[in-house]
Design a protein around this ligand. Structure first.
Ligand code: T1G
Length: 688
């Protein structure tokens, strides 16, 4: 056994050299891994006793890619290109032995081996696109040469992890070893290569062609999904190069486009989000060994849209759910909606009918709150009214078993006050799901003053179990996401009174990267949420629209007019109502620039995020970004509102807020934290 370096060993299994990497957590290609590989292959190739070479990894996975944390820093040690050239030009057969996930640079290392052996549970992928990148180590030229242009387009623009069996069928893997016996399988394969004098084939020597129409069709089919992103298009261009240029020319295209992406703001944002999505689970002050409360059964109060969607999250992971309603008709309707949702998913081939029945078999309904007496977790998802919620929590306090977690799905109400309705405030927490609760990935876990560490730790772990990304936030009006949304809505409404039209504001935010603007979103959700025709006094634009039965897409008109295909177009009726209201303000109407629309909708959000941090209602700026990316469609290639503030420069944000403050008042007053960071030339990212 020769230790090449701290993460690389070289051993001989008879006449087969085995290079073993062991660099937790994912054997990422950090500089000492690259050095270990370079020196390991050099030694194995030079060793006359070694007739073939197997590359294998310890730990949970084969190499999972370049070390993302090294990006932007000075390159140290052997380059990946040097390692790959050493492997590809080896006069001895090189076999990559794959388990776990061979991803990005990891798969690109495997692609310069002459053969690839994997266990059935392994997966391969080139997910660089999710980091705003493209495979920068020859993957864009080698993958299409093995799997063809169309499969390469799919794999590289989705970043999918392809199971080993499919990789075998595509020729990406040459042989499957028995699960748990990868080393034996790879060594046996190496011996077979020697005994049968199998060719030392180089992927780079293959050819690949494709009809240009393949690329045109692919671009057209994915235009909506790729809107605003650079990386998908650049990946496509590299595959086109693989199909039209000699290998080394194609490699130059890859290198050029990779450098453009890796030095650009979109990739910086997406790499930041990659780490932010992992930071969000780290809760300072709550010990890793905090007791976790077992949650084997869940009770939900309310079978409406939210209650039903919430229930599905738990049913999907095999946790039985009991839903409570006050009327049989509401209960039946709620249970029916859940079944319908599952049946629709099955129609799309994403569930079998057996799985639908399995999930529905875990669901029961009742009209008796007492039936939740044995639930480990009870989630209230009823009418957004403090008195009603306090009444229910008072009852739950008497019914729920000791140790049960009592959660509210309120989207803004004060959970400390709700907790006062019980004798066990330590058991009370907010679980703010986003509608549709069975689809939206974000969960705001809202800690109240007295919520216990155990209830918090259990809630965060449960969030991960049901596939959510959770941010732990504090009690304040709107918590984190909605509190910042209120700022954007405030200015959107204000600018409509000053001369901007809803479609101007929506266009600016759509072009910024949101899936739709606030007014289009209101039309989609329905303008009549919380509106009552009996009490409506026509005092707002929304009231007037609802009174005209312009209640949004569902009535064919709202802020916009809609055709039979729900295509929106600006409405003269809406414009007339707006001008009427604007005239009453006595304020001069003016053209408002796109830049002002963007600054007045986004910068107050950033400012509110800084206030949230000052008040300790969010743990870190990147948690706020995770909330906005996963709960409100903030474009991931802009990193989130706080990252975007850093991109613009906090000094500029402060300067523009002060400009608007001087003209329009203290709504724009910069927070102390924002002023401080700007004055010190710091970024939110520098906050630890
Ligand atoms: N670099 C650095 N750290 C990484 C990492 C990476 N590539 N992948 C994971 N980690 C850290 C992660 O931050 C976490 O740290 C820990 O490992 C466990 O990760 C040249 C340019 C492999 C499927 O995009 O998809 O190659 O929080 O919690 O759920 O063309 O990690 O514990 O401190 O996610 O079991 C391409 C990214 C890179 C793969 C495992 N590769 N990683 O999931 O664990 S670019 C990727 C993942 C590249 C080349 C290009 C997942 C995973 P901590 P985890 P997991």
């Amino acid at each position: 056994m020769a230790a090449i370096n701290s993460v690389t060993d070289l051993t001989l299994d008879g006449d087969i050299a085995v290079i073993t990497l062991n660099s937790p957590p994912v054997n990422a290609l950090s500089f000492n891994v690259r050095d270990g590989l370079f020196e390991g292959f050099k030694a194995a190739i030079a060793d006359p006793k070694a007739k073939a070479i197997v590359l294998i990894c310890e730990g949970k996975t084969f190499i999972a890619g370049a070390d993302i944390s090294e990006f932007g820093g000075a390159q140290k040690g052997a380059s990946l290109f040097e390692v790959q050239t050493m492997m590809e030009d080896s006069p001895k057969p090189v076999i990559a032995a794959i388990h776990g996930t061979a991803l990005g640079g990891g798969l690109e290392v495997a692609l310069v081996a002459h053969y690839r052996v994997a266990v059935p549970s392994a997966k391969c992928g080139l997910p660089e696109v999710n980091l705003g990148l493209l495979p920068g180590a020859g993957g864009t030229q080698r993958l299409p040469r093995i799997v063809g242009a169309e499969k390469a387009l799919e794999m590289m623009t989705s970043g999918s992890h392809v199971p080993a069996k499919q990789c075998l069928a595509m020729g990406l893997v040459d042989s499957l070893a028995e699960e748990g016996k990868l080393l034996e399988g790879a060594v046996a394969f190496a011996r077979k290569v020697l005994e049968q004098s199998m060719p030392l084939k180089k992927v780079r020597d293959r050819e690949v062609t494709a009809d240009p129409q393949v690329f045109a069709d692919f671009r057209k089919a994915n235009a909506r999904k790729f809107r605003g992103f650079l990386a998908p298009e650049y990946n496509i261009q590299c595959i086109e190069a693989a199909c039209t240029l000699p290998f080394d020319e194609g490699l130059k295209v890859e290198r050029k486009l990779f450098m453009e992406l890796v030095t650009g703001v979109q990739s910086a944002a997406q790499r930041y989000v990659f780490f932010a999505e992992r930071q969000v689970w780290k809760i300072p002050g709550i010990a890793d060994d905090t007791a976790i409360i077992p949650v084997a059964t869940v009770g939900i109060i309310g079978a409406g849209t939210m209650g039903g969607g919430i229930a599905m999250n738990f049913l999907n992971v095999g946790i039985p759910v009991k839903i409570i309603e006050t009327k049989q008709e509401a209960l039946d309707r709620g249970l029916g909606v859940i079944r319908k949702n599952y049946e629709n998913t099955a129609k799309r081939g994403r569930l079998t009918l057996e799985q639908v029945e399995e999930r529905m078999g875990l669901l029961t309904g009742s009209l008796e709150l007492e039936d939740l007496a044995d639930s480990d977790l009870i989630i209230e998802a009823i009418f957004e009214n403090m008195a009603v919620k306090k009444e229910v929590f008072g009852k739950l306090d008497k019914i729920a078993k000791a140790g049960a977690i009592l959660a509210t799905n309120t989207s803004a109400l004060n959970i400390d006050e709700i907790a006062t309705a019980t004798t066990r405030p330590e058991a009370v927490i907010g679980l703010h799901f986003f509608s549709p609760a069975n689809v939206m990935r974000l969960l705001e876990v809202v800690r109240a003053d007295k919520t216990s560490d155990s209830v918090i730790a259990t809630s965060m772990q449960l969030a991960k179990k049901i596939g959510k990304i959770a941010a732990l936030v504090g009690v304040c009006p709107g918590f984190v996401g909605n509190r910042m949304l209120f700022q954007r809505q405030n200015q959107a409404q204000a600018m409509v009174m000053e001369g901007a039209m809803p479609w101007d504001i929506d266009r600016v935010l759509y072009d910024f990267g949101f899936p739709m603007g606030p007014f289009a979103m209101s039309d989609l959700a329905g303008l009549d949420i919380g509106w009552n025709k009996d009490t409506s006094k026509g005092e707002t634009i929304r009231d007037r629209l609802c009174e005209l039965d312009r209640r949004g897409q569902k009535t064919g008109a709202g802020y916009y007019d809609y055709d039979e295909n729900r295509n929106a177009k600006p409405s003269e009726i809406t414009e007339g109502i707006i001008k009427e209201f604007a005239a009453k303000t006595g304020r001069n109407q003016r053209d408002i620039s796109d830049e002002e629309i963007l600054e007045r909708t986004i910068f107050p959000m950033i400012n509110e995020g800084a206030k949230i941090l000052e008040e300790g209602k969010a743990i870190r700026p990147s948690d706020i970004d995770i909330v906005w990316i996963n709960g409100y469609g903030w474009p991931v290639y802009r990193g989130g509102p706080m990252f975007y503030g850093d991109t613009v420069g906090l000094a500029k944000v402060v300067e523009r807020l002060k400009h608007y403050q001087s003209q329009m008042g203290d709504f724009f007053k910069p927070s102390a934290l924002l002023e401080k960071l700007a004055a010190e030339g710091k970024r939110f990212q520098d906050m630890k």
